[in-house]
Write a protein of this length. Structure first.
Length: 184
């Protein structure tokens, strides 16, 4: 499997970002339709108001990390199962490199908070379905969409990236992992 990784970023005033892109009710309704709803600590339902996770910041740096597959890799994925496996494998590898950088950015700016793509801290599975607390509460971060942000509009408007969704089971030409750093 072969792919290239590029990163785009944009910084915007937090108040403008929130007013343009946050719609908690709309995205909570989408989350409720997901088969993973309530099965991970970084996804709804929450025991807090999701709005509180993005309040009190001055700027937001949005980052889009795009994985673009070469033609040979796209052609090799002949079944939906192969496409899913290739996409997951690439995302996991890129995510394992990206997550430590995000934590480092938080440390560099005290009081900041990153929002991630999804939680991959527990390869054995999240403890939430068992009614147990998160194993890594100090490391777990929420995704932008889980707290009500429109990631598709954010990437289109701020990064010039149109997200791709496979509708036929094939591997998308590119996958974009969207993260953000909210800074005081």
């Amino acid at each position: 499997m072969s792919y290239t990784v590029t990163t785009s970023q944009a910084t915007i005033c937090a108040d403008e970002f929130i007013s343009r892109y946050r719609d908690v009710e709309r995205f909570d309704a989408y989350c409720r339709e997901c088969p993973g709803y309530g099965k991970s600590w970084n996804c709804p339902p929450f025991d807090f108001d999701p709005r509180t996770r993005s309040e009190g910041f001055k700027t937001v740096m949005v980052m889009g990390t795009t994985i673009e597959f070469d033609e040979q890799t796209l052609a090799a994925c002949k079944t939906p199962e192969q496409a899913t496996a290739a996409g997951k494998q690439a995302m996991e590898k890129v995510w394992q490199e990206l997550l430590p950088r995000l934590y480092g950015m938080e440390r560099e700016t005290p009081g900041s908070c990153c929002f991630t793509f999804r939680c991959v801290l527990c390869p054995e599975g999240c403890t939430r379905p068992e009614g147990k607390p998160c194993r890594h509460p100090g490391k777990m971060r929420h995704s932008l969409e889980s707290v009500g942000f429109d990631v598709e509009a954010i990437t289109r408007d701020l990064l010039g990236i149109d997200l791709e969704w496979s509708t036929d089971g094939s591997l998308s030409k590119h996958i974009t992992l969207v993260t953000a750093l909210f800074r005081p």
